[in-house]
Ligand binder design. Sequence first.
Ligand code: NAD
Length: 386
Amino acid sequence: MTTADVDAAPARAIVSDIAPGGGPEATPRSFSYCSQQYRVLFGSGTIARLGEEVERLGIRRALVLTTPQQRDDGRRLGATLGERLAGQFAGARMHTPVEVTEAALQVVETSEVDGLVALGGGSTVGLGKALSLRTGLPHIAVPTTYAGSEMTPILGETHHGVKTTRKSQDIIPDTVIYDVDLTLGLPPQVSAASGLNAIAHAVETLYAADANPLTSLMAEEGIAALARALPRIVTDPADAVGRHDALYGAWLCGVCLGAVGMALHHKLCHVLGGTFDLPHAETHAIVLPHAAAYNAAAAPAAMARVARALGVADAPRGLFDLAHALGLPTALGTIGMPSSGIDRAADLAVHNPYPNPRPLDRAALRNLIAAAWRGDAPVPFEEIRR
Ligand code: NAD
């Protein structure tokens, strides 16, 4: 199994230009598109097909992966595999620390494991990816949050506090089982934050430098499904329609994340999360309206599609109002970021330039981060720049 260079990964689509005067429906005049290979089982009760998938992949000794918090869920799932269960590793942690992967690798070796079943959110799926990449073992991902990692060829790992990212087709799980029933226990606030995290993938997909009509379709549909679903879930976490729509939307948004390049929003969240150890999904929920406002006038067609998906007139305001209505934190200051870190974050945000609809302006980004730290509503670029 090899790790391809990020730029050599085939999942890229290049838009050469957009039809002049086009609104949200404008089709790029030319673009390239490469699909990824996925196998997805979606619906209520689909986990009952795990044994079938294990057999299909020729797995005789599966290792079930979970976080410590989902240990019991993993034990129950493992029991359904009968003789095909080799054991469980319940040590998955946020940001895929290499020392955790190495501890799991020892279990793989000593228990003669020949396949992996990752049950959980992005942290557990990340461990499944890290193990599969190192060993070549088949990987079945069973996502229980809306983070979307299972749909991407991306693996982010941390070693001594330093995060590195790899991209390879071999990182994509062999099978993804989306069982709506497994998301019913995801607490409403975690669901809401995770759902906003997924929406963020789709928002940046719509204005990505390498966007294409297919990813744009998925992005708009993904935002609409999640925006419909999340208020229902917060009101009633067991709402089956809401849970179905949310997981469907998260799937689409995950595909988007894996297919095109992300921009300012993801860079900011990466910087803030990594530097101040902030919770991943909540950071996304807070930053997204501000990043959208920064880019709005530079990406009007994308913003029109976000607004249409949300059913609002103004996309950044709509994203802010959605997060507020879901009861999510709206200030970085309340989730652990010190005010003394604002300047440092602004410096890091302009380090290593990356494609973004609007050029990066350190002073404006400093004000943006300060506004997100306070919990202000998003304001257009012209105002944030002052
Ligand atoms: P997570 O996986 O850390 O889960 C958060 C907590 O919720 C954990 O304690 C988990 O056990 C628990 N949990 C998960 N599902 C549950 C359920 N249904 N019921 C009850 N509890 C449940 O959080 P996340 O937001 O899913 O993932 C974040 C991580 O994923 C980060 O490390 C992020 O960098 C990574 N990520 C990677 C990619 C990628 O493409 N590589 C994409 C998105 C996220």
